[in-house]
Design a protein around this ligand. Structure first.
Ligand code: PLP
Length: 395
């Protein structure tokens, strides 16, 4: 007999992946340039040249050491590089022992969830939220509790969060810069959040952890992204090179368990235990090496800034409503009918692949990933215009 829950997850890919697969087939049928594929967050900027140079150097080294296992948490070089990166960028006293190297932010978040909860606990996420959170939270035997972000600025709703926290709450997952909305939580908003968490800890006699999901930290358009461990000590940061260095398929990232929390050692060991329990042996040795050499290499966000400018100008001109993104590379656009899936299906007929909002926990929006070529953004304007015209004719 097979596990029906696992069968279900395998049988029904995420809405993002489903649309992405549809796009691959459609492009094979009618040509790459005819499909405006805004489905997935695959960076369109090439990885920095330092990555290739680092890889080539690594390949010249002793192949036995190069391909060997590292300790479960990572090589000392990678752990030290991550800690030094945190020290340098955030002036925060991070120790290598508090870092755990992972196969991207996805593994990082999943193991944090398993490390911080027992079955029956609750984890709070902010809607709209990255759909895979639900899978990881539920597989840990926990309940996913959703709290909407404030409108129209998509910040943390402190009052609503306070009402949602109870004696079963273990952690709150936050994601800034945010996928799918592109918002960045302000320093003031995070300070209010921390103050509320401190009061709730007192009231409930229970530790409340923040899992700060940060794969888009480096992709911003002028705003600062506050360093959460400096604001709330019980923070676990999940980071990766997937988006910042255009390496999503290489699966390299880490968890940083804040040195500021009293029980930092115990939480780090629980993170290591969760990785062990889930069958992760160690992150890729080759990519840990590259990580150690390249984590400080700056990200090139200029192409995304240009795409964002063209796309928002075009959609504004055509009369679409959307959230002005402060970071990441997604545009959250109001669907032209309440049923986001129906809207996404209609968009498909114009070869526009827009992810419906339902799996992000809300109805009536679509996500447009603008990490595509500038030409795709430019060429898509007539399709967006035709889609708008179709709705105007209907009403
Ligand atoms: N968290 C968010 C909000 C994401 O958008 C993604 C990927 O798209 C991930 C986590 C997973 O990132 P990684 O490739 O580093 O595992």
């Amino acid at each position: 007999m097979i596990n029906q829950a696992m069968f279900g997850l395998g049988d029904e890919p995420s809405a993002i992946r489903e649309l992405f697969l549809y796009g691959l087939n459609r492009k094979a049928q009618i040509g790459n340039d005819k499909v405006f594929d805004f489905s997935i967050g695959n960076p369109s900027v090439p990885a920095p040249s330092e990555i290739k140079e680092s890889l080539l150097r690594a390949l010249e080294d002793d192949p036995v050491a190069l391909h060997a296992y590292t300790p479960a948490g990572g090589s000392m070089q990678a752990l030290t590089a991550a800690a030094n990166h945190i020290k340098r960028v955030h002036s925060f006293d991070a120790k290598p022992e508090q870092v755990f190297m992972t196969a991207g932010a996805a593994e990082a978040i999943a193991i944090c969830i398993f490390a911080l909860t027992v079955p029956g606990d609750e984890i709070i996420v902010i809607t709209p939220f990255f759909p895979e959170y639900r899978v990881w939270v539920e597989q840990a035997g926990c309940t996913l509790v959703t709290v909407p972000a404030t409108q129209p600025d998509f910040q943390l709703d402190i009052e609503a969060l306070a009402s949602a926290i109870n004696e079963k709450t273990s952690a709150i997952i936050i994601n800034s810069p945010n996928n799918p909305v592109g918002s960045i939580y302000s320093e003031d908003n995070l300070k209010d959040f921390a103050e509320m968490l401190a009061a709730k800890e007192q009231e409930l006699g229970r530790s409340l952890y923040v899992i700060s999901d940060e794969p888009y930290r480096e992709i911003t358009y002028g705003e600062d992204v506050p360093w959460v461990p400096a604001i709330w000590p019980r923070t676990l940061v999940c980071a990766s090179l997937s988006k910042s260095h255009s390496l999503p398929g290489e699966r390299i990232g880490y968890v940083y368990v804040s040195d500021a929390m009293e029980e930092a050692r115990e939480v780090s060991l629980a993170v290591a235990g969760a990785a062990r329990a889930l069958g992760y042996i160690c992150a890729s040795t080759l990519w840990q090496r590259v990580f150690a050499e390249c984590v400080d290499v700056p990200s090139n966000v200029e192409p995304y800034r240009i795409n964002r400018e063209i796309l928002t100008t075009n959609l504004r001109e055509l009369g679409y409503e959307f959230v002005e993104p402060q970071g990441a590379f997604y545009l959250w656009v109001r669907a032209l009918e309440d049923d986001a899936q129906a809207f996404s299906d209609r968009a498909k007929a114009h070869e526009l692949l827009l992810v419906p909002s339902d799996s992000f926990g809300v109805s009536g929006w679509v996500r447009v990933s603008y990490c595509v070529s500038k030409k795709t953004i430019e060429d898509s304007k007539p399709a967006f215009a035709a889609l708008m015209a179709e709705y105007q004719e209907r009403s």
